[in-house]
Write a protein that binds this ligand. Structure first.
Ligand SMILES: [Mg+2]
Length: 329
């Protein structure tokens, strides 16, 4: 990949804090850096603030690929679709609030429900998943995501309790690849599939979980994996079905997820890229349609960027971080 200089990288950036509608991943606002290249294209550098530079560098790589338009050509990587079906994402809210949150997603058939939230108990998960199943009806699809929050025994117990709601798959029930292998073996008889997320995007070797036979499905997040080109190589090597999901980016970064999803030949599961509905305010003038995500060139709305601009200290923090990460690429 051709890298910009520091001056080129920082010539036209906006650092904003997008307000969340519902607390998600412990966040009330989502800080992110939007980067424009001289081509007039925008990329997003949204590595979570607690991530170190080594991990964040991949996110910057994705932003540069996007803004400097270094996506694979049609000859290298054909495009298989121009519409990507998306799922709703349900944070770990009370069962009573499920309908209110899901209504915002508009028309969808699949919902991903967050479970195993710290401070909550299995009864909370059961109530939330039941409410989600009732919301989507028998024809809907319900998947759950534990973000590695269970040990193997807890996972088995929870999966057996939640299985009655016809679960499409369980995402990252446990943290390690060994645990995923174990739980996958234990629940195999239930016909429940195991998806790996953190074990892909936070691993030194993103394909190791597939090679170990520890997952049926891979969740692919384009920014943590370093961009469209790298993500496609990982998908090829893993040889498993994939679900493209966001890393809670604005509609700018979601464009990169869409660029990836359109180049994946087999995309049997609805993709988790409609997460901008979780924001009170997005950064593009025209946020994407959440039922079907169609490609739109992501342009930052300057008025909104000004309104949501972070403090000078936070802006400097992001600029310094981008420079350090660029040096690692
Ligand atoms: Mg996940």
């Amino acid at each position: 990949m051709r890298l910009p200089t520091v001056d080129e990288l920082l010539a036209n950036v906006r650092v904003v804090a997008l307000p969340m509608r519902t607390r998600f991943r412990g966040l009330d606002v989502r800080e992110t850096m939007l980067i424009a290249s001289p081509l007039g294209r925008w990329g997003e550098f949204a590595s979570f603030p607690e991530y170190d530079d080594a991990e964040s560098a991949s996110w910057l790589s994705c932003a540069i690929e996007q803004a400097w338009n270094q996506l694979p050509s049609i000859e290298e990587r054909p495009v298989f679709r121009d519409v990507v079906r998306t799922n709703a994402t349900l944070p770990a809210v009370d069962a009573a609030d499920v309908a209110l949150v899901l209504e915002r997603f508009g028309d969808f058939r699949t919902v991903k429900v967050k479970v195993a939230e710290p401070g909550q108990v299995l009864a909370d998960d059961i109530g939330r998943v039941r409410a989600a199943r009732e919301f989507v009806g028998a024809a809907g699809r319900v998947r759950i995501d534990a973000n590695g929050g269970w040990n193997v025994d807890e996972a088995e117990h929870a999966i057996r309790a939640l299985e009655q709601f016809d679960i499409e798959y369980v995402e990252q029930p446990c943290t390690s690849v060994d645990e995923l292998y174990e739980i996958r073996t234990r629940v195999h008889g239930l016909g429940i599939s195991i998806a790996a997320d953190e074990s892909v995007r936070k691993a030194a070797d993103p394909v190791a979980v597939a090679r170990a036979g520890a997952a049926d499905i891979l969740v692919i997040k384009v920014a943590p994996l370093g961009g469209v080109r790298r993500a496609l190589n990982i998908i090829d090597e893993a040889g498993l079905p994939v679900v493209v999901s966001s890393a809670l980016e604005s509609s700018i970064g979601l464009g990169a997820s869409f660029d990836l999803a359109m180049r994946i030949e087999h995309l049997d599961y609805d993709c988790g890229i409609a997460t901008n509905v979780l924001f009170e305010q997005d950064i593009t003038p025209e946020p994407a349609n959440f039922a079907i995500f169609t490609a739109t060139p992501g342009i930052v709305d300057e008025k909104t960027a000004e309104e949501l601009r972070v403090s000078p200290e936070r802006e400097q923090w992001w600029r310094d971080r981008a420079v350090r990460c660029l040096a690692l690429l």
